[in-house]
Ligand binder design. Structure first.
Ligand SMILES: [Zn+2]
Length: 203
C-alpha cells in the first residue's frame, strides 16, 4: 500500500465526507453511479492515494463499500472482520488510516442478514442454554460478539439478529470513539440494506 500523499492538498472535513458518501449511496440506489471500477480507473490512482474515509465493515461478500458509496479507487480505506469485530489488527488499521493517511471520517457499517451476527446470536443462545460454542478461532469471534448478542436476546427476543447487528455497530462506534489514536477522526455508525441498497445512519 502506498502512503504517498499530496501534502498541499486541502482535505475535506468529516461532515463534508459524510455528505459525499451519502450522495454516492443515492447515486448507487438510483442506478446512476459515476465511478466505473475498471483498469483505467485503477491506473489513474496507481501513483498515490488520497482516501477521504475509512469504512469498517463485515466480510460479507455482498457488502462492497466502493460500489454502495459509489467511490473511486483511492478514496476509501476498507477494514473488514466478520461481524465488524474490532480486534487489535482492525483498530490498528483504522489508526493507520487516521494517523498516516489523514482520514477524517470512520464509518462502522453493519448490514442486514449478517451471517456472522447470526452465528454470534446462536452461540449466545446456546451458551445461555448450556451448549458449547464453535471451536477454533471462530470461538474468539463469537466471544467478541457475545455482548451484543446476549443484550439483543434480552432486549429484542423477537428480532435478535437485527438488534444484535445494531448493538454491535453502536458498541463498536463507542469503542472506536474511545480509542485515543482515533481522536482526530469522527466515528459514525450506519446500516446497509441488502435489498434496497440504502445506507442509513445508526444512532
Ligand atoms: Zn456480516
Amino acid at each position: 500500500m502506498s502512503i504517498k500523499l499530496n501534502a498541499a492538498e486541502t482535505r475535506p472535513g468529516a461532515t463534508e465526507v459524510l455528505r459525499r458518501l451519502q450522495e454516492g449511496n443515492r447515486r448507487f440506489v438510483a442506478g446512476e453511479p459515476v465511478h466505473g471500477h475498471d483498469v483505467a480507473a485503477a491506473r489513474r490512482h496507481a501513483e498515490e492515494q488520497n482516501p477521504v474515509a475509512a469504512i469498517f465493515t463485515c466480510v460479507d461478500s455482498r457488502v462492497t463499500a466502493e460500489a454502495l458509496f459509489d467511490q473511486d479507487f483511492g478514496q476509501l480505506i476498507v477494514v473488514r472482520t466478520a461481524g465488524h469485530v474490532p480486534d487489535r489488527a482492525a483498530i490498528g488499521s483504522l489508526e493507520f488510516a487516521v494517523a498516516k493517511l489523514s482520514v477524517p471520517l470512520v464509518v462502522v457499517l453493519g448490514h442486514g442478514h449478517c451471517g456472522a451476527i447470526e452465528l454470534g446470536v446462536q452461540a449466545a443462545r446456546d451458551t445461555i442454554g448450556g451448549v458449547a460454542t464453535p471451536g477454533g478461532s471462530m470461538s474468539y469471534l463469537v466471544g467478541q460478539l457475545y455482548r451484543s448478542s446476549a443484550q439483543a436476546l434480552r432486549e429484542d427476543p423477537e428480532n435478535p439478529n437485527e438488534a444484535a447487528m445494531r448493538l454491535q455497530v453502536v458498541h463498536t462506534v463507542a469503542e472506536l470513539r474511545a480509542a485515543k489514536d482515533l481522536g482526530a477522526a469522527y466515528v459514525v455508525g450506519a446500516r446497509y440494506d441488502l435489498e434496497s441498497g440504502l445506507v442509513r445512519l445508526v444512532d
